[in-house]
Design a protein around this ligand. Structure first.
Ligand code: MN
Length: 232
């Protein structure tokens, strides 16, 4: 039976899967804040894992953009930043997942850009207000093809890099995360029933910075390929 919607419903948002005709349908987009110490410090804070827990913000799945796209400089910002991140794609449901079972619910991994209106995020922080205007806006979640775990294995380390116009801006290793992928899944799944189709942007290393119209961003994660974005 077809549903008689009052206007056309949005299509299912999906992401390309490497070496596959199938696509990955996207449910929610979770993002981890401050998950590399050197980035936390460059943002003017610090993280002590012994007495702190990870924290999160979310982006709408309608904010997703495929790698290789050219997008407009967003409105209401004059400090638009890149953040290169490992993205974990969840392939099966999980609630209160144990760390040693976390890899089981992972479908695969991708390169991601958590594009950020840093000035609006800072305004939110300063006023004790939400981060949504700085983080959850149109075309703010860029993603490459998802590489299935069946192809690449469990990703726990590997170089993560980002270049703007060919100049290296971020260079780290995903093993520098404060809370690794297993710990993030175990923690996040205490608060949410993780579902197939959920994406987790796992945080960015140090070296974030602004881009302007005409810039070309290119990032890569060892074994997961690359991601590209052009700013108009
Ligand atoms: Mn981020």
């Amino acid at each position: 039976m077809t549903v008689d919607f009052v206007f056309p419903a949005n299509p299912v948002v999906s992401v390309d899967i490497a070496h596959s005709e199938q696509r990955f349908p996207v449910n929610r987009i979770f993002c981890v804040g401050r998950n590399y110490l050197a980035h936390a410090i460059e943002m003017g804070s610090t993280v002590d894992k012994s007495n702190m827990e990870p924290f999160y913000f979310l982006k709408d799945n309608s904010a997703l953009v495929a790698s290789g796209t050219s997008i407009a400089y967003p409105p209401k910002t004059s400090n638009y930043h890149y953040e290169m991140e490992l993205v974990v794609a969840i392939g099966s449901a999980g609630f209160n997942v144990a760390e040693n079972a976390a890899d089981d619910i992972v479908f695969g991994y991708a390169c991601g850009l958590d594009m950020t209106r840093r000035d609006l995020q800072q305004k939110g922080k300063d006023g004790g207000k939400p981060w949504d205007l700085g983080k959850n806006f149109e075309q703010s979640a860029v993603i490459s093809s998802i590489v299935p775990k069946s192809e690449v294995g469990i990703v726990t380390e590997g170089a993560i890099e980002l270049r703007v116009n060919g100049e290296t801006k971020q260079s780290s290793d995903v093993n520098m995360m404060i809370w690794n992928v297993r710990e993030v899944i175990a923690h996040l799944s205490q608060f949410y029933h993780l579902q197939p189709g959920d994406l987790i942007y796992t945080g960015t290393p140090e070296g974030v910075g602004p881009v302007v119209p005409g810039d070309k961003i290119e990032g890569s994660i060892e074994k997961l390929g690359s991601i590209e974005l052009a700013i108009q």
